[in-house]
Design a protein around this ligand. Structure first.
Ligand SMILES: NC(=O)c1ccc[n+]([C@@H]2O[C@H](COP(=O)([O-])OP(=O)(O)OC[C@H]3O[C@@H](n4cnc5c(N)ncnc54)[C@H](OP(=O)(O)O)[C@@H]3O)[C@@H](O)[C@H]2O)c1
Length: 317
């Protein structure tokens, strides 16, 4: 099969299109004929650093949609031809290839109204937003949430989930993406370049119940004064700055990591996300579609920033 492999860890030009053997499946796995793979910042971090052990020869790509080609002897809930989507973990090869082997229990059937490109744009970011806002963040009807990095892959899912949960949504992003973030359900979009997000929240709401930080840097520490006592801050990126005020304000600060999530939570998360997609409460946000052979260009575009939603690679057979 054709696959985009790493020749080394480094810049976007390290990808090489190679003929590699098709994966052999284990009894609890399915073989997927890959149709579309979405790009995530974690792919860029792994490409650069070799994180999780992905070095020369490795295949990345961790947001997948395709059709079932073959099922393992212990798999009873899929059959060849089923259209599926999933987020594989970082313990094996990714799916920047024509075929991918994956444990069947973390795979969900693709909602019929979505194409492969749209379906691939969802799992990793939606699972992260679900685990952060709903499971760890316990966001409830009528609460107020502040989402930082609201136009990104995770943020665009989080805005939709928070809106659907009945929360009032403050969303921080660049002015260029403000209209799109508003269209996803944000009540008040804060322009990160011309407004002080903490001052806006303080003036308009006083405090929020929950902050979801999808950017990191100083946003988590700067958010502490605008969170209610006993409120929560969830971050998915390493925060910088002094977090000690959080103790004195009785605020819980959590780091959510999909990489270390449990399999039962991953399975449950995919069920919830599939149901939300089927009811069109959650919608994929696709920024750009490129053929898999243009993977280096896709990495460059993601690293340049400025986009809204996902970059998706299509795989030809
Ligand atoms: N822990 C986990 O399990 C987990 C899971 C998924 C992702 N992540 C991490 O979470 C981060 C976000 O992921 P993603 O997929 O949403 O990334 P993304 O699609 O690249 O989005 C990042 C967003 O950050 C915004 N941004 C850029 N510069 C900014 C600045 N100076 N201040 C505030 N916002 C800025 C950009 O929007 P605007 O220009 O419109 O502001 C952009 O849309 C990444 O670092 C990723 O690796 C962690």
């Amino acid at each position: 099969m054709k696959a985009m492999t790493l020749s080394a860890n480094g810049g976007p030009d390290v990808f090489v299109l190679r003929d590699t053997p098709e994966p052999e499946i284990k009894p609890d796995q399915i073989l997927v004929k890959v149709q579309a793979v979405a790009l995530n910042p974690i792919d860029c971090k792994i490409r650069k650093t070799g994180a999780f052990g992905y070095g020369s020869g490795a295949i990345l790509g961790f947001d997948v949609a395709g059709s079932v080609e073959q099922v393992g002897s212990l798999v009873h809930n899929f059959q060849p031809g089923d259209a599926v989507f999933y987020c594989p973990d970082f313990s094996g090869p990714g799916a920047n290839a024509q075929y991918h082997a994956v444990r069947a229990d973390i795979v969900a059937k693709k909602p019929a109204h979505l194409g492969y490109v749209e379906a691939a744009a969802v799992p990793l970011t939606a699972l992260t937003a679900w685990a952060s806002l709903i499971e760890q963040g316990d966001l409830r009807l009528g609460q107020t949430v502040l989402i930082i990095g609201a136009s990104g892959g995770v943020g665009s899912m989080a805005v939709q989930l928070a809106h659907a949960a009945g929360a009032y949504v403050f969303a921080v992003c660049s002015a260029a993406n403000a209209g799109l973030v508003r269209s996803l359900g944000a009540d008040r979009v804060i322009d990160r370049q011309s407004e002080d997000f903490a001052a806006v929240v303080q003036k308009e709401a006083g405090t929020v119940d929950l902050v979801f930080d999808c950017f990191g840097d100083i946003y988590t520490s700067r958010s502490i004064p605008i969170v209610k006592p006993m409120g929560r801050i969830i971050t998915i990126v390493d925060p910088k700055g002094d977090l000690s005020l959080g103790y004195r304000h009785n605020i819980a600060i959590h780091y959510v990591s999909l990489a270390f999530d449990s399999i039962p939570r991953r399975i449950d998360g995919m069920k919830k996300i599939t149901a939300l997609l089927e009811r069109e409460i959650l919608k994929p946000v696709v920024h750009n579609v490129l053929p898999l052979e243009k993977l280096a260009d896709a990495h460059r575009a993601l690293e340049a920033g400025g986009g809204f939603g996902k970059i998706v690679l299509t795989v030809s057979h």
